[in-house]
Design a protein around this ligand. Structure first.
Ligand code: ZN
Length: 191
């Protein structure tokens, strides 16, 4: 059974830790990836790193329109260029910020079959790879901002959190009562 996993959000300490190498790509890892895909597509996002669902392992899933892919133990071999690109993050819902990163990345790692993968990525793909790789090191897109912009964004995050707390409906759950689901979903996020 595939399951929707809760996505950890900003403030959760798990997002600030370095994830450990995957030592064995087994059935447990495959099931985790299945659940991560379900969670990513539901969000919706184009990428999702294991720490975002509370698992400190070095892997992420993505789909930039060419089908689902898994990257295990990814390592950046080389980067070049520089590109500003508006990013969202499923762990920082509602925030879209222009972030400067390398334009191209050459990355190596393994896929879910345990085979070596080695490719270059640019544009949206490059951005997804760099964004998700940061999650494996406990780094968030906010950390890529200059100090002044970061301060502004943090203020906005606090304002949004206060607003969310105010409008949070306090509904007592009565057995048999129809369950209403919150309609708010994070906007399109990289992962
Ligand atoms: Zn993210």
């Amino acid at each position: 059974m595939m399951a929707l996993l809760p996505i950890r959000t900003f403030g959760d300490p798990v997002l600030r830790q370095r994830a450990a190498e995957v030592t064995e790509i087994d059935g447990k890892i495959a099931r985790l990836c299945d659940d991560m895909f379900v969670t990513m597509y539901d969000a919706p996002g184009v990428g999702l790193a294991a720490p975002q669902v509370g698992i400190l392992k070095r892997l992420f899933v993505y789909d930039i329109g060419d089908g689902p892919e898994v990257m295990v133990n990814p390592v950046i071999a080389e980067t070049d260029g520089e590109l500003e690109f508006e990013e969202g993050c499923l762990s920082i819902p509602g925030m879209h910020i222009p972030i400067v990163r390398a334009e191209r990345v050459h990355v190596t790692g393994r896929n879910l079959d345990g085979n070596d993968v080695d490719f270059e990525a640019d544009d949206l793909f490059g951005r997804v790879v760099l964004h998700e790789l940061d999650h494996l090191d406990g780094v968030l897109m906010l950390d890529r901002l200059d100090p002044d912009t970061r301060k502004q964004v943090m203020r906005e995050l606090r304002r949004m959190a206060d607003l969310a707390a105010e409008i949070e409906p306090v509904t007592p759950v009565t057995p048999g009562a129809p369950v209403t689901q919150a309609a708010s979903k994070p906007a399109f996020g990289l992962g």
